[in-house]
Design a protein around this ligand. Sequence first.
Ligand code: NAD
Length: 247
Amino acid sequence: MTASVVAARFTGTGVVVAGGASGIGARIAERFAAEGARVVVLDRAAPRCDDHLAGVIAADLVDESSVTAGFAAAVEELGQVPVVVNSAGIHLLAPLLETSLADWQRIQDVNARGTFLLTRVAAAHMVDAGLPGRIVNIASMAAKQGGAREIAYAASKAAVVAISRVAALELGCHGITVNAICPGYVPTDMGAETRSEDDVRRWCSMSPLGRLGTPDDVAGLTLFLASPEGSYMTGQALNVTGGMAMH
Ligand SMILES: NC(=O)c1ccc[n+]([C@@H]2O[C@H](COP(=O)([O-])OP(=O)(O)OC[C@H]3O[C@@H](n4cnc5c(N)ncnc54)[C@H](O)[C@@H]3O)[C@@H](O)[C@H]2O)c1
């Protein structure tokens, strides 16, 4: 089913997608816009296409003042922001014995600290505005089962799941849901420089469905969680892995 034949669920809704300049986040932004949302992307990079966006705001998720100012600019553009998605992230493929402290910190800074900063500023806005908000953080299958040569990345994504669970516990009384999505392998710019055809064949064989994920697979669940149908789900870490992970 394509986005064009799905009934619009988000007409006029303000949505912020951090990391929406590329890959999974870019598709999430497109799918929300296709269903009538007004979407602002926060990213340190510029999107390849922004015709469907209400705004693009340059922000570095590692920098507290940049996140605060970027989110405030998004609120100014959109009025209210009941839906916030964090798809920003970076990856590192390096064995434990070759991962420096600087490598470790760089990955935690974007993936864990960035998720904390964005979740906090989004929650403050939703509570202040009395919005029954939806926060969706993109974690990874690595959060649950690790991954060889992903020591820093897997730890950072486990933090994303933990942040989402704690935020869900604390924000439920305000009617705000917070969930994490754990994708498996989705061929995007991320990891493209190290991804071989052999890797792709091997990863496909790990899924009962025999294929890798697509940005649309992740976007579909994101929109579900932000829609009325997702209103009784919170604190979850949901796999979109083609069955590679089942817990
Ligand atoms: N592609 C996969 O196989 C896969 C699998 C599991 C989880 N994920 C997660 O999904 C999310 C999206 O990944 P993707 O595959 O679309 O990658 P991508 O590289 O295409 O997109 C990541 C986006 O995050 C932005 N970003 C990175 N650091 C930032 C910062 N400090 N401040 C602001 N923006 C920043 C980038 O500019 C980019 O637009 C990431 O969190 C990633 O860890 C991806």
